[in-house]
Design a protein around this ligand. Structure first.
Ligand code: FAD
Length: 386
C-alpha cells in the first residue's frame, strides 16, 4: 500500500527521473549556502512540468489539478523542496482566470516556454498581516499610469521571478460598501520596477526560502498592468488560491511520505538492546499513526482536486486538504526525527532540513487558525470571529 502504483504512475516515474539527478547532497548544499536550486528549477521548467496548468492553447500541457498535485508531491517525496518553484505553477492562474485576452496571449506562451517566470504574489503587509482587506498599499491612477505606494512583507521568490502579481487598494476602505471591494491586482514587471520605485530587501529566515520585504515609493505602472476588474482584486487572488492550497497540500503529503520512508528504513536497520528499534511499539505505533494521517490527508487532496477539475467551488476542500496535509507532514517530521534519535539532528541525514521546510506550511500561505475560522463560519454556520 505504501508504494502501490496508481493511475498517475507515468507522471510519478517521469518526475522521479528528473529528481534523481538532484540527490540529497544537492539540496543539502543549496541549503547550507542559502542558495537557489537554479539547475533543478531549470530542469523542471525545460521538461514542461511547471507549465502543467497552463492551457494547451497557450503552450502549456493543460493537465488536471490532480496531475499537477502529483508533480509537486513527487518533488517533495524525492527529498527536494517545491517551495523554490511552486509559485511558477499557480501564480499564473491569476492570468489564466482573470487576464484579458491580450494579457493571456502575451504572457502565457512565454511562461509556458520558460522564458518568463511568474513566481511571486504580493499580498501580505507588515502592519495588517492576515487582515488582508485592511492592507495599506495603494494604487492611484494618474495621467494614464498607476502610481503605487506602500510596503509588503514575506514576498517570496522575487529575486527569481520576472513578474509579480501585486494586490493594492484602489478605492479607500472608507469608501467601499464591502471591505473586500476596492482592491485591485497588477502585473509588475520586476526588471523595470526594481530601482525605479521598488526596493527589495531579503529576509533571512528559518528555512532556505527566498522571501523579501518590498517598499513601493511612487512606482509607476502602465494602465494595462491592471489584472482583472478594478476593485475586484481579491477575487483574482482567491481564484488562484485554491490551486495554491491544493498543490501545497500535495507537497506536504510528499514530505510526509519522505519522512516515513526514511523513518521505517532506519527503524528496520537500527539495532539497540539487541533488537531492531522498529520492533518496539513505542517506535512503530507513531509511524503507523503517521501513515494513517497522511493517507487521510491525501484523500482530501484528491477531493479538492476533483472539485477544482470539475470547476466546482473548492475553497473549503482546498483549505481542508492543506490543513490536514500540513499537520500530517509535521507529525511525520516529528516522528522521523524521534525515530532517528541523535542522528536526526545531523545535517547529513537531511531530516532537520526537511523538518524546518515542512513546518512553514502551518503558517504560510495561510495560517491554521484562518482555515479553522473559514470552516467554522462557512461550513458550520458559526458567527464570524473577526
Ligand atoms: C517563508 C514565508 C513565505 C511567505 N510568502 C508569501 C508570499 O509569497 N506572498 C505573500 O503575500 N505572503 C507570504 N507569506 C506571508 C504569510 O502568508 C503570512 O505570514 C501568513 O498569512 C500569516 O500572516 P502574518 O504573518 O501577518 O500573521 P498574523 O496575521 O500577524 O497572525 C499571527 C498569528 O495570529 C493568528 N491570528 C491572527 N488573527 C487571528 C484571529 N482573528 N483568530 C485566530 N487567530 C488569529 C494567526 O493565525 C497567526 O497564527 C509568507 C510567509 C512566510 C513565513
Amino acid at each position: 500500500m505504501f508504494n502501490d502504483p496508481d493511475q498517475y504512475q507515468e507522471i510519478r516515474d517521469a518526475v522521479r527521473q528528473i529528481c534523481a539527478q538532484f540527490p540529497d547532497e544537492y539540496f543539502r548544499k543549496i541549503d547550507e549556502q542559502r542558495g537557489y536550486p537554479e539547475a533543478f528549477v531549470d530542469a523542471l521548467t525545460k521538461a514542461g512540468w511547471l507549465a502543467a496548468l497552463i492551457p494547451q492553447e497557450y503552450g502549456g500541457s493543460g493537465l488536471s489539478m490532480a496531475e499537477a498535485s502529483v508533480i509537486m508531491e513527487e518533488i517533495n517525496r524525492s527529498g527536494g523542496n517545491s517551495g523554490a518553484c511552486h509559485g511558477q505553477m499557480y501564480v499564473m492562474n491569476t492570468i489564466v482566470f482573470s487576464g484579458s485576452q491580450a494579457q493571456k496571449e502575451f504572457y502565457l506562451p512565454k511562461i509556458a516556454a520558460g522564458e518568463l517566470r511568474v513566481q511571486s504574489m504580493g499580498v501580505t503587509e507588515p502592519t495588517t498581516g492576515s487582515d488582508t482587506t485592511k492592507l495599506k498599499t495603494t494604487a492611484v491612477k494618474k495621467d494614464g499610469r498607476w502610481v503605487i505606494n506602500g510596503q509588503k512583507v514575506w514576498i517570496s521568490r522575487v529575486q527569481h521571478s520576472d513578474l509579480l502579481i501585486l494586490l493594492a487598494r484602489t478605492t479607500p476602505l472608507a469608501e467601499v460598501q464591502k471591505k473586500s471591494d476596492g482592491l485591485s491586482c497588477f502585473i509588475v514587471d520586476l526588471s523595470k520596477a526594481i530601482g525605479n520605485g521598488l526596493t527589495v530587501r531579503p529576509i533571512l529566515n528559518m528555512v532556505n526560502h527566498e522571501t523579501n520585504e518590498l517598499f513601493f515609493d511612487n512606482l509607476e505602472l502602465p494602465e494595462d498592468a491592471l489584472l482583472g476588474q478594478e476593485g475586484k482584486g481579491l477575487k483574482v487572488i482567491f481564484e488562484g488560491l485554491n490551486a495554491e492550497r491544493t498543490l501545497i497540500a500535495a507537497e506536504c503529503i510528499g514530505d510526509g511520505y519522505w519522512f516515513l520512508e526514511r523513518a521505517t528504513k532506519y527503524a528496520n536497520e537500527r539495532v539497540v538492546f539487541d533488537r531492531k528499534i522498529g520492533q518496539n511499539q513505542g517506535i512503530q505505533f507513531p509511524l503507523a499513526e503517521s501513515f494513517i494521517e497522511l493517507e487521510a490527508a491525501s484523500l482530501m487532496r484528491w477531493k479538492a482536486c476533483e472539485r477544482i477539475d470539475a470547476r466546482q467551488d473548492a475553497g473549503v476542500h482546498a483549505n481542508m486538504a492543506k490543513h490536514l496535509a500540513a499537520k500530517a507532514s509535521w507529525e511525520a517530521a516529528n516522528v522521523c526525527l524521534q525515530t532517528h534519535g541523535g542522528f536526526g539532528f545531523a545535517c547529513e541525514y537531511d531530516i532537520e532540513r526537511k523538518f524546518r521546510e515542512t513546518r512553514l506550511y502551518q503558517v504560510a500561505p495561510i495560517s491554521t487558525n484562518m482555515i479553522l475560522a473559514h470552516v467554522a463560519e462557512r461550513v458550520l454556520g458559526l458567527p464570524r470571529s473577526f
